[in-house]
Write a protein that binds this ligand. Sequence first.
Ligand SMILES: Nc1ncnc2c1ncn2[C@@H]1O[C@H](COP(=O)(O)OP(=O)(O)OP(=O)(O)O)[C@@H](O)[C@H]1O
Length: 884
Amino acid sequence: MTDLTPASTQPEEYPNADYRQLDASKLSEMMQRYIEVKQQYPHALLFFRVGDFFECFFQDAVIIARELELIQTTKAAGKEVGRVPMTGVPHEHVYRYSSTLLEKGYAVVICDQVEDAAIAAKEKRQVRREVTRVLTPGTLTDDNMLKGRQNNYLASVVIAGEHWGLAYADISTGEFLTTQSENLEHLTQELMRLQPSEVLFPVNAPDISKMLKPGENDNELPNCLPRCFCYSLRSQKSFSLGEARPRILEQFQLKSLEGIGCEHLPLSVRAAGGLLDYLEDTQKDHSISLQRPRTYTLSDYLILDHQSRRNLEITTTVRDNTLYGSLLWALDKTNTPMGSRALRRWLLQPLLDLKGIRARHDTIEEFINNHELRQDIQQLLRQIYDLERLTGRVGNNTANAKDLVSLADSLSKLPQLATLAEQGKSPYLKALQNIPQSLEKIAQKIINSLEESPPIALKEGGLIRSGVDANLDEMRSLAADDQQWIANLEVQERERTGIPTLKVGFNKTFGYYISISRGKAELAPDDYIRKQTLTNEERYITPELKEREVRILTAQEDLNQTEYDIFVKLRSEVSEYIDTIRNVSKAVAAIDVLCGLAEVAIRQSYCRPEMIEGRELKIVEGRHPVVEKLLPPGFFVPNTAQLGSREDQSENDELTPYSYPDLIILTGPNASGKSCYLRQIGLIQLMAQTGSFIPATSAKLSLCDRIFTRVGAVDDLATGQSTFMVEMNETANILNHASNKSLVLLDEIGRGTATFDGLSIAWSVAEYLATEIQAKTIFATHYHELNELASILDNVANYQVTVKELPDKIVFLHQVQPGGADKSYGIEAGRLAGLPDVVIQRARQVMRQIEQHSKIAIGLRKGIKKQNNKTASMEQLDIFETGE
Ligand SMILES: Nc1ncnc2c1ncn2[C@@H]1O[C@H](COP(=O)(O)OP(=O)(O)OP(=O)(O)O)[C@@H](O)[C@H]1O
């Protein structure tokens, strides 16, 4: 039994809303069946087919009316019971409404009529209704319920102390991965990367298998599981090693888990087993065909915590959470949904191995150098449908004939793609060169078997071409004879009766009939049996016509069934190629991504970064990939960046006379472009490790193990943390995890507290990063005092974003240049914003006083004098010495 709990199923104040309070024996027969099903799925919303509608009753009706903003009415549920709440939706829209409910974190059960209602009516009984689908946010396969350009992940988590196992799958594409690690913080980060639609979590509590909507809290959930996801609480049993291991072995026909890399990762195995159990439980007839799980390790990829991913606006913007304005938006020039999904995955999991990155860069370079090849491939890609999801539906037995035709059309394009790929040298193109011939054959078989444009319905005929099956052809020819007989009947009877307007017609209720206008009715022969009288016509049948009708209708049913059987056989034959198609789809998706990146590189004048060993970062005339696209052409001011090399500069270095520092203190007025510069360096590093070309004229980049960003925090209202606490938490995370291979981008640390506290923290954080960690760091700040660090530590340098001061305004030049800003423009900005003159005058006066007499300033001046040998250790530097 599957229980899936939507969150608020508290009975509300509607009469008869709680079916548990009613005497079931007094309910109508239909309502009894409703409750029977509802009891099997007490926590899901139940849509129950009644004629042309799907109806919901009792508490479900109340919830659905509220969530979908539909009108709630009532329905008679039995003489002694009276009316109960009801909400209905037209049957053809049930999946559309269901997707809205799923987005809100509910599970939906579809209970459909599974026989012809007319037959049940004839036999004077209720039509048979069965559960045909259980829909949960993480188990969707239908195209119209999924986002084409995004994966839909179902995740499964097992936690044991500080260790955890995670499995996740996209049911619609078959992708299935698992990992195990320690440190619960990493689990949180991994879930945030995946953004699963649903997370399975085993619990001991009695109300297992309930579903928590996003934002809902439950004592069963440990703190490391972010509340922004939908959780299905499951029983511990299926997550035990004893059940999980054999389940995986059986499902994938394996003897051991060694081959898939998780034999010695029990938490991975348990999470994967729990996930498979859930699919079995919810998918009913739609057996899910997942790929063998692949085991991965977090440390195989560049680590980006959620905050950094958000700050860098990789897939959505911070301000309004939209794709528009994100890095993905700027880079996505893919031609297939598979490619688009792959690009999103790549950007969220940049690589850490030089070989892999160079292979991607090589491919892009080939595409840039060979326009024709790129354009021909893109042309073909545009004709390829979503192979991954089509294959997924074949595997789940939910593909219809249109799906198979689309699949075949796409597969038949692959040989041309392979021929084109032969022109290239890169490993990505090589992977496309050998398309198994079997795929061509099965595509041809589908094309030969199915009509070119078959209907979506599978049981109403019109699917299979003639010449495919001898039996079907024979049945069709017999049926055609009968049809001809009917067609002749009209001519023949007109002659016999002498009524030129006589017609032979058909309707669903009466079947075939002969129609004569009322005025001529007396001419009807004796063997005509009157069946129906309308205003202007009489309708008759004859025994012979009825006999033919039975034959025709039975033959049509048999024909439809035979076509269906042939289709199902064909679909199951195609399902044998699922793994092969999936492998090819991956290669196609990757080529699509790389063609798209080449396209962007050409249009935006990106360059290939030179990927090197060591720690150096050197970006010449770098640009922000998104801001530059949003500004008019030529408006973006490029800037250079150099970090992380202790070697001496060569004399001819065209960049700056400065050595490559580990840490840059970046100052400049508000809105001068500090944040933009910071982010552009982070994005360029991330793009390079994703395998993309970058917005710069040239670059030398070593690998970063992590990119950290800490950019202008806002209050975290959800957890009740103040701006400053959020900032300190994030800073602590950086200081605890950064290494000298990390890129750390800090924007205005210490702003959210008293100036002295803030400055002190900013100072010590910068000092710690430069001396203890030696991470490649850019530290943007309004505290000019931090510029003094550069005179003390030789791996720190000052840069500023320049402005030009005119009498009545400041002109932003957006140029990053060596040196610290010698003054703050805060007061100036206040003046331009319209603060009263007296306030501005007073502020200037106060500032002068502070600058002359502040202990910090005096301490700094004295401290620096003492430390002019530039080898200061932290203890030696006493910047807070009392001033005279
Ligand atoms: N290199 C550049 N070329 C052209 N325009 C730029 C450049 N850098 C920044 N800008 C423009 O300036 C605006 C302000 O930049 P940004 O937010 O980076 O300033 P900031 O110095 O961080 O300001 P604050 O200190 O107030 O946070 C950006 O929205 C962008 O439009």
